[in-house]
Design a protein around this ligand. Sequence first.
Ligand SMILES: [Zn+2]
Ligand SMILES: [Zn+2]
Length: 122
Amino acid sequence: MFADTQCPYCEKDVEINHDDGYGYAEDETYTQECTHCGMTFSYTTAVTYSYEPAKAPCQNGEKHNLQQIKGCPSELFVAKMRCKWCSEEIIVDQKAHDNARKAYFEELSIRSEQAQTIATRR
Ligand SMILES: [Zn+2]
Ligand SMILES: [Zn+2]
């Protein structure tokens, strides 16, 4: 990293000394001596965020670009899709989705009942 900022006294480029990660915390004021004029100045760290823009046709009158959500257990994601563009999640077939969920939880409770039966038999 070089020419991080400018000295407020002589307006020359100065590097911020980041030894040991110093000077990276946000909203904290640090001081450093200018390597050019020897004056001590203070600085605060401002973190800049970068954004990656992408087209979102579904927000401009087109249909969502839906893709099946892959998850675990897969039963809970039946008929559940996510838009590639705006990341909205939509259940395309509510009935199929509910049935798959229900079957999954029934299966779970049957399994735990069986486990209990085996445990009490001992
Ligand atoms: Zn200076
Ligand atoms: Zn969308």
